[in-house]
Write a protein of this length. Structure first.
Ligand SMILES: Nc1nc2c(ncn2[C@@H]2O[C@H](COP(=O)(O)OP(=O)(O)OP(=O)(O)O)[C@@H](O)[C@H]2O)c(=O)[nH]1
Ligand SMILES: [Mg+2]
Lengths: 466, 217
């Protein structure tokens, strides 16, 4: 397989040639002739350096802001609507998860939640003045310390880790936390290294068994060939806005991961969009070997064995993630359909006027929310925020499937009043490219905490959703 | 709601873009609707939607185009969008023989899920990759004659024939629809009964708001 994924020779053609209209290239050096309009693909303007502890601390703040409070400071979910339908009020101590997380957020030291609410309509404000930033830093170190304490235990308390990670993980600790949350590594410290070594070796053994055979063209079935072709078509189109993913070695890794995953999961096989789901893992695990911000990463000088270790970690973590949502990718994708339906039901309950408007316009949820589920919203937010989303998803563990519907509903309601002004066609254009380009972590966290709150309030009243 | 001036049209046609993954459907669409091409566009998940209006015989024709995902797995989802479509651009990649071989299967998809009288045009895309061509123009032409399809080769990259492809299929649809409107009664499904030649698409809820163009005319 050529690394430019089945489009051999295309790039060479651009030298010294001009093309009409806008031609977008995401790779430096592949530009067409001078004077051609050229656009860098959407680089998120507000980039949170995943390795910068200060930025991480900022992420940490809105995290600590308590779900309930940031909600009540926005207009969003009318509590009356919930209770009038007989749902339990979420603030009560009976609401299991809710109270637990609320109280854990409390000890983080208080009062910083104020900046949280309502920011999302202004596209993520940079309203931190000096005072607030100082607070952020101190909170961030408290937070890091809490993580450290947990991770230092002989046997990590996974429940506690889930609770803490749900609100965002400090970047330096993220790789370890994700491995633990996914059950890729055991909570027991002593066994960890041994298992990691074993899993990585196991993956290396899969490569010749599955991939190399097929790639060399030896006795593969038509189906395998088709799978390999599909993967090859998608790899170069993966996270086109992130330069790192254009590195030929990274693309090779991606290709192997996806192809092997597909062959080993014949119930679904590789499905387009799964390529997107690997990217947060790739960045996080590769980050352990890289310096500086993502834009500047280079694989030069990285020993092959380390690259393979990263690849193995990505592979196993992808397996774990997808194990919980396999029916999203099997025939007719029933898991996605259910999730979209769940989202629609939720909107009906928490924001009836929007539901009514969409229906009157003839817009079906499946028309816009299908991709949201298929790629777990990853395509709908700037790339760095996807990593933040993953913190919460992975903390949800087996509950992720259920949580997704709430997340999608909360995401949609980010624009409720705007949407109610639009007609069918405008609606669909808007929703297939929701305006999140200048979102920051705070915006995504508002979505997550709303989702969290709704789940807490609908718990028990929601049996008919399943 | 007052219709916006740029949204006035005489006819609204729903068209689908189908064909194997990677043949360039999304780029044909972005070239036609926004004059954009992207070397590393993301794969289409499910469907994507765009519109553009063109003039035919002094009439404004608005095309509502649904770009579908090419992978087999998505077919259960995407075939729902064939309903009500009056045109289909079936795209293959002239450098990939298999994408041409699969055209038969796509035709069957259309026969199974689309209206019987849908207008189909076969599109051989990536004509700029001359040195990599593996599907000969003659073969495609012969195939289209047999199957009664129209045919065109395009390059979304160089913007060759993209405009023409859409223009041709929309004109063809327009002629059929307007003829049917004249012949009134005996036109089957796509022909409107009252001589108001508009409601060609069912998945176009906004059509009901633009009745001015039909009932008024
Ligand atoms: N050289 C050349 N490349 C093209 C042309 N059209 C598309 N491509 C490239 O082919 C690849 C796939 O194009 P897409 O438009 O994403 O293909 P698609 O048919 O929409 O694929 P799916 O969404 O997976 O079904 C991209 O890398 C495009 O840049 C063309 O006319 N010439
Ligand atoms: Mg596409």
């Amino acid at each position: 397989m050529s690394s430019d994924g089945g489009f051999p020779g295309v790039r060479g053609l651009f030298k010294g040639r001009g093309f009409p209209g806008t031609v977008k290239f995401s790779r430096k050096g592949a530009s067409p002739s001078e004077g051609e309009e050229q656009q860098q693909q959407q680089q998120p303007p507000r980039h949170v350096d995943p390795r910068d502890p200060v930025a991480a601390g900022i992420a940490g703040l809105s995290v600590e802001s308590r779900p309930m409070e940031s909600i009540s400071s926005t207009s969003a979910p009318p509590p009356s609507a919930a209770s009038s339908r007989g749902a339990r009020p979420s603030s009560g101590s009976s609401a299991g998860d809710a109270s637990r997380r609320t109280s854990s957020a409390d000890e983080g030291g208080g009062g910083a939640g104020g900046g949280g609410g309502g920011a999302q309509q202004q596209g993520g404000a940079e309203q931190q003045d000096g005072v607030e930033v100082t607070q952020l830093r101190s909170m961030s170190s408290t937070r890091v310390a809490k993580f450290m304490r947990l991770l230092d235990e002989q046997v990590v308390d996974l429940e506690a880790l889930r609770e803490l990670s749900w609100s965002g993980i400090p970047p330096s600790l993220r790789p370890m936390c994700w491995r633990l949350l996914l059950g890729y590594l055991p909570p027991n410290r002593e066994r960890r290294m041994q298992i990691l070594t074993r899993k990585r070796r196991e993956y290396r053994d899969l490569v010749p068994d599955y991939y190399e055979q097929a790639a060399s063209g030896l006795d593969q079935s038509g189906e395998e060939l088709g799978a390999l072709r599909q993967v090859a078509v998608d790899v170069p189109r993966t996270a086109p806005g992130v330069a790192f993913f254009h590195d030929p070695q990274v693309q090779k890794s991606l290709e192997r991961i996806l192809y092997i995953w597909g062959l080993r999961h014949p119930a679904s096989g590789y499905v387009q969009g799964i390529n997107d789901l690997v990217t947060p893992f790739m960045c996080t695990f590769m980050g352990e070997h890289m310096q500086g911000p993502l834009e500047g990463w280079s694989l030069d000088g990285l020993p092959e064995s380390q690259l393979l270790d990263v690849e193995a970690d990505c592979y196993w973590c992808l397996c774990k993630l997808l194990d919980g949502i396999q029916d999203h990718y099997t025939y007719a994708q029933p898991g996605i359909q259910r999730c979209v339906f769940h989202t629609q039901e939720l909107i009906r309950r928490v924001e009836e006027p929007l539901a009514a408007h969409l229906e009157a316009e003839g817009l079906q949820f499946i028309q816009f929310a299908f991709r949201w589920v298929n790629c777990l919203l990853l395509r709908e937010v700037p790339f760095p925020l996807a990593i933040r989303l993953w913190d919460t998803y992975l903390s949800e563990g087996s509950q992720l499937k259920d949580f997704l519907g709430y997340t999608l509903a909360a995401f949609l309601l980010s624009w409720s009043s705007q949407l109610q002004q639009l007609e069918f066609q405008e609606l669909i254009m808007f929703l297939q490219k929701p305006p999140t380009a200048d979102w920051c972590e705070k915006d995504i966290e508002l979505v997550l905490s709303r989702a969290y709150m709704w789940r807490a309030s609908f718990k028990g009243a929601s049996s008919h959703f399943s | 709601m007052v219709p916006k001036p740029d949204d006035d049209y005489d006819y609204l046609f729903k068209v689908v873009l189908i064909g194997d993954s990677g043949v360039g459907k999304s780029n044909l669409l972005s070239r036609f609707t926004r004059n954009e091409f992207s070397l590393e566009s993301k794969s289409t998940i499910g469907v994507e939607f765009a519109t553009r209006s063109i003039q035919v015989d002094g009439k404004t024709i608005k095309a509502q185009i649904w770009d579908t995902a090419g992978q087999e797995r998505y077919r259960a989802i995407t075939s729902a969008y064939y309903r009500g479509a009056v045109g289909a651009l079936l795209v293959y990649d002239i450098t990939k023989q298999t994408t041409f071989e699969n055209v038969e299967r796509w035709l069957k998809e259309l026969r199974d899920h689309a209206d019987a009288n849908i207008v189909i045009m076969l599109v051989g895309n990536k004509s700029d990759l001359r040195h990599l061509r593996s599907v000969q123009t003659e073969d495609s032409k012969a195939f289209c004659e047999r199957e009664g399809l129209s045919f065109i080769e395009t390059s979304a990259l160089e913007a060759t024939n993209v405009e023409q492809a859409f223009q041709r299929i929309l004109t063809e649809i327009y002629h059929i629809v307007s003829k049917k409107a004249l012949a009134s009664e005996d036109g089957p499904s796509a022909a409107p009964s009252s001589g108001t030649a508009i409601k060609v698409t069912e998945a176009a809820p906004d059509a009901k708001k633009k009745q001015s163009c039909c009932s008024g005319a």
